[in-house]
Design a binder for this molecule. Structure first.
Ligand code: ZN
Length: 219
């Protein structure tokens, strides 16, 4: 256990909730930050607040409506459909520079509250082509942040090389499988827990869970 403080970039979804449990196991003090950029479902913010409260974690909510103003996308506009990218293109949920901005603001917050660690659930394995989910981007940003501020940060990415089944396994190893399954919101249609079962996000989540539960039974 590290006796320093960590800030977890937290959306109330499966990945960032798993990261929150991970951080609680690794750091003495943990705070969470959620960015409000007018997500389709304000439920996402509510869900994140509820989880943070239940885990006794101080929760910061930062207004990032600027992001929606700059880059309208399927996560924020009801009139844009959630679609996979065609011909190797990016899905309609892509927001250019989102992780660049979120992690930079998280680092500013971290420096304000005396945290040296920033934890994010970005993942290169299932990265859908988002350039700012790549490990090389995170490493580059870590260097940039350290050059930009007096505080020296470490960005932690516990999910970087995990697939969805392995992320479920991590939640299970942290004794949080049922919690993550029942209380998180990943569904693009705003349905908590196992979700609508139809959207790309639900399908990915369910496929990973099925795969993990099957492998667990085989042991
Ligand atoms: Zn769904």
């Amino acid at each position: 256990m590290n006796d320093e403080k960590a800030i977890v970039v937290f959306s109330g979804g499966q990945d960032s909730t798993t990261c929150l449990f991970w951080a609680l196991q690794h750091f003495k003090e943990v705070e969470a930050v959620t960015f409000n950029y007018n997500q389709r479902h304000s439920l996402e913010i509510e869900c994140a607040s509820k989880i943070a409260k239940e885990l006794g974690v101080l929760h910061h909510i930062l207004d990032m409506s600027l992001l929606n103003q700059l880059a309208p996308n399927a996560l924020t506009r009801m009139d844009i459909k959630v679609e996979d990218g065609v011909d190797g293109g990016l899905p309609s949920t892509f927001v250019p520079g989102r992780n660049l901005l979120f992690l930079s603001f998280a680092a500013v917050l971290a420096s304000q509250v005396g945290a040296k660690h920033v934890v994010t659930g970005v993942c290169e394995t299932d990265f859908s082509g988002y350039p700012d989910c790549r490990d090389v981007f995170i490493k580059s940003l870590n260097v940039t942040l350290n050059l930009s501020m007096v505080t020296q940060f470490v960005i932690h990415t516990p999910l970087m090389w995990l697939n969805k089944a392995e992320t479920w396994k991590l939640a299970d190893d942290l004794h949080a499988l049922d919690f993550v399954r029942e209380k998180t919101l990943t569904c693009y249609n705003g349905i908590i827990s196992d979700g609508c079962g139809e959207c790309p996000s639900c399908k990915l989540r369910q496929r990973g869970l099925d795969e993990y539960l099957k492998s667990r039974k085989e042991f």
